[in-house]
Design a binder for this molecule. Sequence first.
Ligand SMILES: NC(=O)c1ccc[n+]([C@@H]2O[C@H](COP(=O)([O-])OP(=O)(O)OC[C@H]3O[C@@H](n4cnc5c(N)ncnc54)[C@H](OP(=O)(O)O)[C@@H]3O)[C@@H](O)[C@H]2O)c1
Length: 253
Amino acid sequence: MVMTGNTVLITGGSAGIGFALAREFLTAGNEVIVCGRSERKLAQAKEQLPALHTRVSDVSDEQQRQELYNWTIESFPAVNVLVNNAGIQQRLNLQKTSEVWNHYHREIEANLEGPIHLTMLFLPHLLQQSRATVVNVTSGLAITPAAFAPIYSATKAALHSFSISLRVQLQDTPVDVVDILPPAVNTDLGGPGLHTFGADVNEFATAVFQKMDNGELEIGFGDSDRRLKASNEELKQAPKQMWERFKSNNPAF
Ligand SMILES: NC(=O)c1ccc[n+]([C@@H]2O[C@H](COP(=O)([O-])OP(=O)(O)OC[C@H]3O[C@@H](n4cnc5c(N)ncnc54)[C@H](OP(=O)(O)O)[C@@H]3O)[C@@H](O)[C@H]2O)c1
């Protein structure tokens, strides 16, 4: 992927991985638009990176996705990179569910329906550009699920699968499809303090940016890089090992 001179829309770019990628794209000479649900977080992001364009939008809401698309195309007709990054993570013991379905469904809406719908909205426009990219931020958990986050892991596996199909369908077009599979990264995903054991977010974003520049289409880092190369047997054992480790650290789960 050519990493300069693009107009890039990053969903969930006000914090965490999306914000760190926004910084990389700005530094490399791109126009960058970020969206998120919280106006306050977007304002804080703009304070740190004044060149950012911001827009309040919740990608789990169909109408807001349509409005985001309409606004972006009108305000930034040169948009040629869509980064589907926004996502949430909910930990869940399937033997102890107590919430209404909407509580669980919102993870599917944000992590899966949002990226698929936005891709379908933007695709006709992207296909008209001389070069364009759809970047989906999935997860190492797309390869081996974390049983403590079963719906989350399923959404990421599904988005990883969608990325493969999209890449195959677009192989003879100017649109590349990049799948970033982060390992644990130290952000507020799932709530503050749950990912402090993860990789430094800026180191992660810099490495990912370099790999995109090198033309890689499936991008892992650290542990997720190892998962992408793991044997079938390792892939079979990993979910059980992760679950046992999690249960011993969280006996009341
Ligand atoms: N951190 C990790 O360990 C890790 C590992 C693997 C994959 N990932 C993936 O990386 C992506 C970014 O996660 P992160 O770790 O950077 O999380 P984060 O620190 O919680 O940041 C999430 C960002 O997305 C926005 N967002 C959340 N829900 C949204 C929605 N419905 N519509 C629009 N924006 C939304 C948030 O802003 P608002 O709250 O204001 O909306 C924020 O800007 C996610 O897809 C996540 O699944 C993360």
